[in-house]
Design a protein around this ligand. Structure first.
Ligand SMILES: Cc1cc2nc3c(=O)[nH]c(=O)nc-3n(C[C@H](O)[C@H](O)[C@H](O)COP(=O)(O)OP(=O)(O)OC[C@H]3O[C@@H](n4cnc5c(N)ncnc54)[C@H](O)[C@@H]3O)c2cc1C
Length: 398
C-alpha cells in the first residue's frame, strides 16, 4: 500500500516526474496517488526528499495475491529416455545468477522415472534442491499429466520464478501450467535479469519480427514464468563436490485422467544436421550459394571440420536444404565454438540464432554486409573461390 503524508508533502512534484506509471498528480499542491495505476515500484518513495511517501510492504498484488508467500527460483527440467538436453544446464546456470541476485535458493523439478543419478548431478550445476517425481507413468512426456503434476508442486511450494526451455516440451507444458496457475508467461526469452529495485524478473525477448527487444514484467501474479531459447545462455562449470537436497514428490495416477497415452517414443532420422544444436563447429550457407547443388561445398567443409551444416531462411525457402537446418528467429538458436557463415548477409533475424557463437567467420563478397559487424574474422571475397581453396588446404593438412 502507498500513502502520502500531506503535511510533509512540499508539493515539489519530483514524484510526479519520476513515476513510470503516471500514477501521481499534484492536487492543491499535494501529491495524490492513483492506486489503480500505481505499480508500487518505489521510485517515488526513493525520490521524495521530504520523506512524505511510504510504501507498506504487505506485498499484495492488485488481485490480493500475497506475493511475499512466493520465494525461490525454479528450473523445470525435461528429459527424453532419461536424458536431459543442454538447455536444462544452461537454465540452471542462469537460475543460479537470478537466485543469488535475490538471495534465495535455486531448485530444479524433475518428472520422470528412474533418474536418480541425473537428479543428483543437478547439484553440480547449481541446484540447492531438486523436487523429484519418480513414477513409471512419468517416463514419457505427457501434456496433461505433466501439467497436472507441475502445477500441483508449484501451488504447494510457491516459487517466485519458474523457468523452462523454449523447446517442443517447454512450449507445450509451460503455457498449460501458467493457465492453470492464472499467472503470466513470457515465451522465448533471450535475456533474463533481476530489477534490483523491484526484485521483479525482467524478461527480454524479440518482438515485432525481431525489430525491437521487448522487456516484460509480471508484477501482480506469481510465479513469474518464462521459457528460454536453447543456447542463448551459457552452461555453467560443473562443481563435482556440490550436493543438493532431494525432495521426493509422491504421485497417484488416479489423481489425473489423461486423454492421451504415449505408446512409444521414436527418434526422427535426422541424417545430417541432427546434432546441429550441440555441434561445436557449424558451417552455414545462405542465398549467396545460389543453388541446392552448391551446398556440397558447405557439406564438404563441415565434414572436414567434423561440424554440422546450417542455413539461412532463403536457402530453406528455396528448398536447397530442409527446415531443420535453419538458423535464426524462425529457426534454431545455436551457440557453437565456431560458426562459418558463407554467402549470408547477416540480417537481424539470422543473427539472433547464432551471434552468441564463440568465433564467427564470415565469407561474403560485399564488404558492407552486416555479418562483418558481428564476425570475429571476415573474409571479403567470392565463396566459390574461397571454399574450394579452404577445403583443399584442410585436406592437405590431414
Ligand atoms: C519474421 C521474419 C523471420 C525471419 N526469420 C529468419 C530466420 O530464422 N533465419 C534467417 O536466416 N532469416 C530469417 N528471416 C529472413 C531475413 O530477414 C533475411 O532475409 C535472411 O536472413 C537473408 O538470408 P541470406 O543472408 O542468406 O540472403 P541475402 O540477404 O540475400 O544475402 C546473401 C549474401 O550473400 C552474399 N553473396 C552473394 N554471392 C556471393 C558469393 N559468390 N560469394 C560470397 N558472398 C556472396 C551477398 O553479398 C549477400 O550478403 C526472417 C525474416 C522475417 C521477416
Amino acid at each position: 500500500m502507498i500513502s502520502v503524508d500531506s503535511e510533509m508533502c512540499t508539493g515539489c512534484g519530483s514524484c510526479v516526474d519520476i513515476c513510470p506509471a503516471d500514477a501521481i498528480e499534484l492536487i492543491d499542491e499535494k501529491a495524490v496517488v492513483n492506486e489503480d495505476e500505481c505499480q508500487l515500484c518505489g521510485s517515488c518513495e526513493a525520490e521524495c526528499e521530504a520523506g512524505a511517501i511510504t510504501i507498506k510492504s504487505d506485498k499484495k498484488s492488485k488481485d490480493g495475491v500475497d506475493l511475499s508467500e512466493y520465494q525461490g527460483v525454479w528450473v523445470v527440467t525435461e528429459q527424453r529416455r532419461g536424458c536431459m538436453p543442454p538447455v536444462v544446464y544452461q537454465l540452471l546456470g542462469k537460475g543460479r545468477e537470478l537466485a543469488d541476485a535475490l538471495n534465495v535458493s535455486l531448485s530444479a523439478v524433475v518428472i520422470g522415472y528412474r533418474m536418480r543419478s541425473e537428479v543428483k548431478s543437478l547439484a553440480g550445476y547449481g541446484a540447492d534442491t531438486v523436487y523429484y517425481v519418480d513414477h513409471p507413468d512419468c517416463a514419457c512426456y505427457n501434456d496433461e499429466l505433466y501439467a497436472h503434476i507441475l502445477s500441483g508442486i508449484i501451488n504447494k511450494y510457491k516459487p517466485e520464478i519458474v523457468l523452462s526451455g523454449a523447446t517442443a516440451i517447454g512450449r507445450s507444458l509451460i503455457p498449460a501450467v501458467a493457465t492453470r496457475l492464472e499467472t503470466g508467461l513470457t515465451a522465448d526469452c533471450t535475456r533474463l535479469e533481476i530489477d534490483s529495485e523491484t526484485r521483479l524478473l525482467l524478461q527480454t525477448r524479440p518482438a515485432y519480427g525481431g525489430h525491437i527487444m521487448a522487456t516484460i514484467v509480471c508484477p501482480d501474479h506469481r510465479p513469474q514464468m518464462a521459457t528460454v531459447r536453447p543456447n542463448v545462455m551459457q552452461k555453467p562449470e560443473v562443481n563435482q563436490d556440490a550436493r543438493c537436497e532431494i525432495v521426493e514428490i509422491g504421485f497417484d495416477p488416479d489423481s489425473c485422467l489423461t486423454r492421451t497415452n504415449t505408446v512409444e517414443q521414436v527418434s526422427q532420422d535426422d541424417g545430417e544436421g541432427s546434432l546441429l544444436s550441440d555441434a561445436d563447429v557449424v558451417v552455414a550457407g545462405g542465398r549467396g550459394l545460389k543453388s541446392k547443388e552448391n551446398f556440397a561445398l558447405i557439406r564438404g567443409l563441415a565434414g572436414l571440420l567434423s561440424g554440422a551444416v546450417a542455413a539461412s531462411r532463403p536457402a530453406v525457402d528455396s528448398e536447397w536444404i530442409p527446415y531443420r537446418h535453419q538458423i535464426g528467429q524462425t529457426g534454431k538458436t545455436i551457440c557453437p565454438k565456431l560458426y562459418i557463415a558463407c554467402g549470408i548477409s547477416g540480417a537481424v533475424q539470422h543473427l539472433v540464432g547464432m551471434e552468441s557463437a564463440d568465433v564467427i567467420v564470415a565469407i561474403n563478397k560485399d564488404r558492407t554486409a552486416p555479418i562483418f559487424e558481428v564476425a570475429t574474422f571476415g573474409i571479403k571475397g567470392d565463396l566459390f573461390e574461397i571454399l574450394p581453396a579452404l577445403i583443399k588446404r584442410l585436406k592437405e593438412l590431414r
